[in-house]
Design a protein around this ligand. Structure first.
Ligand SMILES: C[S@@+](CC[C@H](N)C(=O)[O-])C[C@H]1O[C@@H](n2cnc3c(N)ncnc32)[C@H](O)[C@@H]1O
Length: 266
């Protein structure tokens, strides 16, 4: 199911990969890939794989004979992912909605998902699907963003967007940062049938290598772009305001914080 917040299409994937990848996603991908590889799986399904930032790290960390299937709702994101691999690397790509997976029961020993669950409108259904496609004793490993307070870049960007549309601000920057209640997440996973759930809070400091590139990713690299244009805004002007706010309020480095969740099937 595609909601406005999940429409990563058009020119978004390239901007996402270039502008947001190095600033927000690369370091977390290294951590999650290591956690997955420690389980020594033989078949891994990645959900919401996007432009393949985690997929690349997974492939590098997993055993050569481990099958990796990278999936996402939006084929344009997967096209960027595909370009990161040589043929013969043992990675398959498939369009898939995490709430309705076209894979058989008990097909994988690990399901992995980096910063995707927040976009699934029916999280309970997505957990039931992950549980169904996992083998017994399989693991679902995923990350979600913690709140705005722990990820100030998101609120700074939201406020800069709001200054252009004070009566009707784009809502995108709320969506990925409002699903971080550990007890709610644990409860939904247990309800989906998982037997054991552990969570870790993972803070890190990320260098802002280029405020301009980061700002371009923040404005052109996700569905807030459509919210700006449908309101009659000029993305270039909004981007300049976001860049200025990032420079002034964050400087050369920013704190980030994620929750990493490990749910085990009995
Ligand atoms: C923030 S990106 C994360 C991408 C990638 N995992 C990463 O770490 O860079 C969110 C991704 O969720 C995907 N997505 C949104 N709704 C989805 C759904 N219902 N099923 C599968 N993927 C979905 C989007 O297409 C997008 O690629």
């Amino acid at each position: 199911m595609a909601t406005q917040a999940s429409r990563f299409i058009g020119s978004i994937p390239e901007h996402y990969d270039r502008g947001l990848g190095p600033h927000l996603f690369q370091d977390y991908a290294g951590d999650l890939a290591r956690r997955v590889a420690e389980l020594a799986p033989t078949a891994v399904l990645e959900l919401a794989a996007g432009t393949g930032i985690l997929s690349r790290r997974l492939r590098d960390a997993l055993a050569e004979d481990c099958r990796l299937l990278a999936s996402d709702l939006n084929p344009p994101m997967l096209e960027v992912a595909r370009a990161k691999f040589q043929s013969g690397e043992g990675v398959d790509f498939r369009q898939a909605d995490a709430m309705s997976l076209a894979f058989g029961d008990a097909s994988f020993d690990v399901v992995a998902c980096q910063f995707g669950v927040m976009f699934f409108p029916d999280k309970q259904k997505s957990y039931a699907e992950a549980h169904r496609v996992l083998r017994d004793q399989g693991s679902y490993l995923f990350s979600v963003w913690d709140s705005w307070a722990a990820n100030p870049f998101a609120q700074i960007t939201h406020e800069a967007l709001k200054s252009f549309f004070p009566g009707n601000p784009p809502g995108f920057y709320r969506v990925p940062f409002e699903y971080c209640d550990v007890e709610e997440i644990r409860g939904q996973l247990l309800q989906a049938g998982f037997a054991e759930v552990t969570t870790h809070t993972l803070p890190l400091r990320s260098p802002i290598r280029s405020a301009r590139t980061f700002a371009r990713g923040l404005v052109f690299g996700n569905p807030c772009l459509e919210e700006i244009t449908t309101r009659g805004g000029e993305p270039g002007r909004v981007c300049a305001a976001v860049e200025k706010a990032i420079r002034e309020q964050l400087g050369a480095e920013m704190p980030l914080q994620a929750l990493v969740v490990h749910a085990r099937k009995e």
